[in-house]
Design a protein around this ligand. Structure first.
Ligand SMILES: *Cc1c(COP(=O)(O)O)cnc(C)c1O
Length: 435
């Protein structure tokens, strides 16, 4: 890539990378399968490793870095707010939290917001909301989808519809059952007298970039209305403009007759909301089934020390301001459409490697064939997605595997189209080599 310094092997000074990896080896719990890469700094959608090698980041910290790395205005906002007021407890009011809640409510529908610090913690709030809602009738069960992902806490691994996150941590938190995604009949047939809510992602992220169908969204809404249940949505990955609208359901139902009034009853968000500063939240609808849902979690029912600090909220507010000011929603829509056509061309050119394209907006990817069917990958027993991500990384491009066969692109919402084109060139070169 242009502007890249010489490769590390030609650099006479010893690389600090090995020493840093040793620190991880010796002192960090090995719960992640990490790539060897040791990162040092970033700017926009570029990252540099400790040897000065430059990478184009199309993974965006797994859909977190909504404005790329080291955004000068976010850095300034953090510094200014830190000098003014960094943290106060939730025993008091402060302006940034109130303003941020207003921003979120205004962009969804009348309701209220609770602030947390991560996706899993935001989802935890949804589970508690549902249990409180059903409590006096003895209803507590939440249906979630197979291949879903809702986080790594005990309740969230119970909610997640993937065995690999549950294994070894039994007994599971009770009250969760899984139904096949996008299968309305299965949802209807799964209801029990204890069922109080259904939780889905608008676009499954970790499960391989599968959007909910229009029929599924509208059908689940009807099912919940008929059975006095809550429809909960996990927007942690697919929310915050990633699909080209604030929340995925707004994009998925755009222009669909009869869908104008569709709303979930509560929705979680995190990742892109803070652009890299940890913050999560859930929005809850004002009133549903005759209950003031937004006021259901009254004083003393739920809380967290760090949720919605002045610092976190100031950054999130600045991100909203920049997204609006710089027209990034239109940007994600138009560049996202272009990306879909480019990925389709790649899929048509390399049908022996690529099985199909997935997702929408700035949440797209390639579904690969199984490893043993791809000539360049058959020699290793690592999944095709991982081998592809690895080869792209060596070509200077960072992407994210999703399951065994999908390679995800979750770039910053302000990624310029010419940089994305550069990234697609790297993908094309790797495909050429392994086809
Ligand atoms: C990442 C993710 C979570 C968990 O968020 P954490 O911040 O890691 O706790 C939950 N749901 C979805 C859809 C996610 O992608």
């Amino acid at each position: 890539m242009k502007d890249s310094p010489a490769p590390a092997t030609l650099n006479p000074t010893p690389s600090p990378a090995a020493g840093i990896r040793d620190l991880f080896q010796n002192y960090v719990v090995p719960s992640y399968g990490r790539f060897d890469l040791v990162l040092d700094r970033g700017a926009g959608s570029h990252l540099w490793d400790v040897d000065g090698r430059r990478y184009l980041d199309l993974g965006g910290g797994i859909a977190v870095c909504s404005l790329g790395h080291a955004h000068p205005e976010l850095a300034e906002t953090l510094a200014t707010q830190a000098r003014r007021l960094l943290h106060v407890s939730n025993l008091y009011h402060h302006e940034p939290q109130g303003r941020l809640a207003e921003q979120i409510v205004t962009r969804i529908a009348p309701g209220k917001v609770f602030f947390a610090n991560s996706g899993a913690e935001s989802n935890e709030g949804l589970y508690k909301l549902a249990r409180k809602f059903g409590h006096d009738e003895g209803r507590f069960e939440i249906l979630t989808a197979t291949n879903s992902f809702h986080g790594r806490t005990l309740a969230s691994i119970a909610a997640t519809g993937q065995d690999k996150v549950k294994k070894g941590f039994e007994p599971a938190v009770s009250g969760f059952r899984h139904i096949p995604f996008n299968d309305l009949d299965a949802a209807r047939n799964a209801l029990s007298p204890a069922t109080v809510a259904i939780l889905i992602e608008g676009v499954q992220g970790e499960g391989g970039l599968t959007p909910a169908t229009v029929e599924y969204l509208l059908g689940l809404r009807r099912l919940c209305d008929e059975n006095r249940m809550l429809l909960l949505m996990d927007g942690v990955q697919c929310g915050h403009f990633r699909t080209g609208r604030f929340q995925s359901f707004q994009r998925l139902l755009e222009g669909v007759p009869g869908a104008e009034s569709f709303l979930p009853d509560a929705l979680s968000t995190a990742k892109s909301l803070g652009g890299g500063f940890p913050i999560g939240a859930f929005w809850v609808r004002q009133k549903v089934h005759g209950v003031d849902l937004a006021d259901l979690l009254g004083p003393g029912t739920h809380g967290t020390t760090f949720g919605g600090t002045p610092l976190a909220c100031a950054v999130a507010l600045k991100i909203f301001e920049i997204i609006d000011r710089d027209g990034l929603v239109d940007h994600v829509r138009s560049v996202g459409t272009w990306l879909t056509s480019e990925l389709a061309t790649l899929a048509a050119t390399y049908p022996g490697v690529i099985r199909g394209i997935r997702g929408l907006g700035f949440m797209q990817g390639l579904e690969l064939h199984p490893r043993d069917q791809i000539p360049g990958f058959a020699g290793s027993d690592r999944p095709a997605s991982l081998q592809m991500v690895h080869q792209l990384q060596e070509a200077g491009l960072l992407t994210i595997p999703s399951g065994n066969q999908v390679v995800r692109l979750l770039p910053a919402l302000n990624l310029p189209q010419d940089q994305l084109a550069e990234g697609l060139d790297s993908i094309r070169k790797v495909l050429q080599r392994i086809a």
